[in-house]
Design a protein around this ligand. Structure first.
Ligand SMILES: Cc1cc2nc3c(=O)[nH]c(=O)nc-3n(C[C@H](O)[C@H](O)[C@H](O)COP(=O)(O)OP(=O)(O)OC[C@H]3O[C@@H](n4cnc5c(N)ncnc54)[C@H](O)[C@@H]3O)c2cc1C
Length: 391
């Protein structure tokens, strides 16, 4: 059977957050757009985002909320498509939402509302979504030629929005990186971000039986710090503070955890009437930490004596728990992929390749990675809009 050839003004590979936003913006400008998606439905990651409620943006989104070899790269796109722009779209579709913490916006009902909205906007803009379309090959003559099962797509413009490597069971592939390499674009080696850390040896045996216990901490690594909740798991540490710091962590590095931000478990002993012994210290520690963690900490860090110096040392250890994780839970569990197509290769204004005119990269496949809290989706919207408006 002869392959059908479809001609469009622009082809977008990947119907995730970035690809759909790009299709909407380009379609609104009258471009004939096709989005090619290998899964049987679009936006699978949007559906599971934010625990099914989609943390679709953060009111306080700033370039500082992103990791990239070039920390200034994201500034332009983020300034031209802001959280307010996305909120206006959400409100136009009468989607109920709420602010959870620190400016993070979530759907009241379900992430399905956001996906329905994007699909509806695509439909109105006249952009076509081809599902179950596995791309085998991309070539370039005078235009881009994309070969899929039983069909060929041609267009002068190709936008790569195939995402990163996280959660392979949802359809993540290395396709975007492979394509960048095919066109001789540099890649910053991808690594799992926003991912639980794994402990081994004594660290695991000392703490992991406390799985489920959580505490507010400050986690520090590589000059960064996050004050949020930490959760002990069966294999190591998780919770927002750990997920955030994991994006900055590299193998063999240690992390520092302040288990008692702003607290002082030994200040009470400045009172000469206060008895200095394990029971009174345990009671103080339990005021700061969950009881099980307080008891375990004291067991493992019993002060060497009850002198002022020994108590100061105990307090210092509590604020500077140094750990060297054995690794991370990897791409299987990572919320995001850090690294990716080197931003030196792309225009910060519209995401177009400097070397290959007409080739664009948007969303997670680019070396721009957000903190936890709606920033990765805001980057997908902003970079998708930047490219879509330039097609
Ligand atoms: C569990 C989880 C929860 C998350 N929660 C949030 C949250 O609440 N807020 C937030 O901001 N971020 C969240 N994120 C991150 C966010 O979902 C992603 O950063 C964002 O979806 C990336 O958008 P994207 O369009 O670049 O890539 P994706 O959404 O991954 O889309 C890429 C698309 O390309 C398709 N594709 C891949 N390869 C091919 C190929 N060869 N041919 C055709 N199609 C292909 C994929 O099937 C997919 O549909 C979460 C991530 C996970 C895993």
């Amino acid at each position: 059977m002869r392959d059908v050839t479809h001609h469009f003004d622009a082809l977008i590979l990947g119907a995730g957050a970035a690809g759909l936003m790009c299709a909407i913006e380009a379609g609104k400008r009258g471009r004939r757009v096709a989005v090619l998606e290998h899964a049987d439905r679009p936006g699978k990651k949007i559906l599971i985002s934010g625990g099914g409620r989609c943390n679709f943006t953060d009111l306080h989104c700033r370039p500082e909320n992103f990791l990239s070899a070039n920390p200034h790269f994201a500034t332009s796109a983020l300034a031209r498509y802001t959280p307010a722009d996305f909120i206006a779209l959400v409100e136009k579709h009468r989607i109920p939402y709420h602010e959870k913490t620190l400016g993070q916006l979530f759907c009241d009902r379900s992430a399905r509302d956001i996906l329905n909205m994007l699909e509806e906007e695509c439909r109105v803009a006249g952009s076509a979504i081809f599902l179950d379309t596995r791309v085998h090959e991309v070539g370039r003559t005078t235009e881009f030629v994309v070969r899929a099962d039983n069909a060929e797509f041609r267009a002068p413009v190709l936008v790569v929005a195939t995402g990163g490597l996280s959660i392979p069971k949802l359809g993540a592939t290395s396709f975007g990186y492979d394509l960048a390499r095919q066109f001789d674009l540099k890649i910053r080696d991808p690594w799992p971000g926003l991912v639980p850390l794994v402990l081994e040896g004594e660290d695991r045996s000392h703490y992991c039986d406390l799985a489920g216990v959580s505490a507010e901490v400050i986690a520090r690594c590589d000059g960064q710090q996050f004050r949020e909740k930490m959760l002990i798991t069966h294999r190591g540490l998780s919770g927002p503070a750990i997920l955030q710091i994991s994006s900055y962590w590299k193998k063999l590095q240690s992390i520092l955890i302040d288990l008692a931000p702003g607290g002082n478990a030994t200040a009470v002993f400045r009172d000469p009437k206060m008895t200095r012994n394990a029971n009174s210290l345990r009671a103080e520690l339990r005021r700061i930490l969950p009881s099980r963690l307080a008891d375990r900490w004291l067991e493992l860090h019993t002060p060497s004596s009850w002198t002022n110096a020994a108590l100061a040392d105990f307090n210092k250890q509590l604020h500077e728990w140094q750990l060297t994780p054995a690794g991370t839970e990897g791409f299987e569990k990572a919320e995001v992929t850090a690294g990716g197509v080197d931003t030196d290769e792309l225009s910060a204004k519209n995401m177009e390749s400097r070397k290959v005119p007409g080739l664009f990269f948007i969303g997670e496949v680019v070396d721009v990675t957000g903190h936890l809290g709606g920033f990765n989706l805001q980057w997908a919207w902003a970079s998708g809009a930047a490219a879509g408006r330039a097609l």
